[in-house]
Design a protein around this ligand. Structure first.
Ligand SMILES: Nc1ncnc2c1ncn2[C@@H]1O[C@H](COP(=O)(O)OP(=O)(O)OP(=O)(O)O)[C@@H](O)[C@H]1O
Ligand SMILES: [Mg+2]
Length: 355
């Protein structure tokens, strides 16, 4: 994120393409970007690279008429824009530019909160506009975002909607029409399920679920008051926030339908999420005679609830939590966890095994 400039810099900010400047050093680059930012010109080129400065406000830059203007445009005739990047990649792929038809790749990078996720959405929006996409596949491609964000994004100190994973999306075209999409995700921050830093939250989906499920549904999944769950200690209720989560929940369910998840799969998914929350409340204590771990008296109910929600045997789940079994030269070796491991790593491991 580039810091907003001082008013005196306005006069020297102006070049659409910084590569055209006679001299380009860090100071000049920042001056230019600051000046442009103050004029709400958030996009600037450096050759083929687009720099986007996050405006943190809704600007009238992305409506349909703007999309239309950038369709098949000549670079240099219009101000820098994220749609221009999408347009050039699309035209280059089709062979309309000098290079002949070639696969294209757009890389988006920046620090947390810089606007990468929003930029991806805008890119996809424009590409779907370019290929006149109205089929189910195109709708699915656009709809997959709320789903990814529900399960992969969380509030952090840097960004209320921070992506806690990286993604690589491939779109396949036949002539000018999109024929397939493949999404690979990597480096998902799984440890966030078990523990979050101060001022941060767990993945959105847990909050959406509490806000969006009806009282009967919560009963069906065995969900109690959200304040009881250790994994979502960041829960607080202001009506606005809960209303927003409720809308997000509905959007997520809609996306699940759209992407093709069956009703039973969605029920199972939510039961598993409820199970994960119950699991977070299971605590252990060492037995006096042999030091082996046992579930603390107060959390036996949570273990039972969790096993029920996962649809597994309570003993099996307990075994996953308190020990690790490895096989060496055909021999089974059982190693018991420490209390800390059982409440942290053990829970993480059993979530991984079950989900
Ligand atoms: N083009 C834009 N117009 C208006 N607001 C924007 C724009 N881009 C980003 N924002 C705002 O900035 C916030 C953070 O952006 P975004 O989530 O895309 O960041 P990010 O780079 O993906 O961060 P992270 O690495 O944490 O996932 C958005 O929730 C939105 O409020
Ligand atoms: Mg992001």
């Amino acid at each position: 994120m580039v810091p907003p400039g001082e008013p005196g810099l306005l006069a020297c900010g102006g070049a659409d393409d910084l590569a055209a400047l006679e001299e380009l050093d860090e100071a000049r680059l920042l001056q230019n970007l600051s000046g442009r930012f103050l004029q709400q010109r958030v996009y600037t080129y450096i050759g083929d690279i687009l720099i986007a400065v996050n405006p943190f406000q809704s600007l009238p830059l992305y409506e349909k008429p703007v999309s239309e203007k950038y369709q098949n445009h000549d670079k240099g005739t219009l101000p820098p824009h994220i749609f221009a990047i999408a347009d050039r990649a699309y035209q280059a792929m089709l062979g309309h530019l000098a290079t002949g038809p070639q696969n294209q790749c757009i890389v988006i990078s920046g620090e947390s909160g810089a606007g990468k996720t929003e930029s991806v959405k805008l890119l996809l929006q424009h590409i779907m506009h370019l290929c006149k996409g109205n089929s189910q596949l195109e709708q699915q491609i656009l709809q997959v975002n709320p789903l990814l964000e529900a399960f992969g994004n969380a509030q952090t100190v840097m960004n209320d909607n921070s992506s806690r994973f990286g993604k690589y999306m491939q779109l396949r075209f036949q002539r000018s029409t999109v024929r397939g999409a493949k999404l690979s995700e990597y480096l998902l921050e799984k440890s966030r399920v078990v523990q979050q830093d101060a001022g941060e939250r767990n993945f959105h989906v847990f909050y959406y679920m509490f806000a969006g499920l009806t009282a009967e549904e919560k009963e069906m999944y065995g969900l109690l008051d959200p304040s009881l769950y250790r994994y979502i200690s960041g829960w607080f209720r202001t009506e606005d926030v809960v209303e927003c989560w409720k809308d997000k929940y509905l959007e997520m369910r809609n996306a699940l339908d759209m992407v093709g998840f069956q009703e039973q799969e969605q029920v199972d998914m939510q039961a598993i999420l409820a199970g994960v929350l119950s699991l977070g409340n299971v605590t252990f204590q060492s037995q006096e005679n042999n030091g082996a771990l046992r579930v603390s008296e107060a959390s036996k109910g949570w273990l039972k609830a969790s096993a029920g929600q996962f649809g597994v045997q309570e003993e099996e789940l307990l075994k996953c939590l308190i020990c690790k079994v490895s096989v060496t030269r055909g021999e089974q070796i059982q190693r018991f966890h420490t209390q800390q491991q059982a409440e942290g790593k053990g829970q993480r491991r059993s979530i991984r095994k079950i989900v």
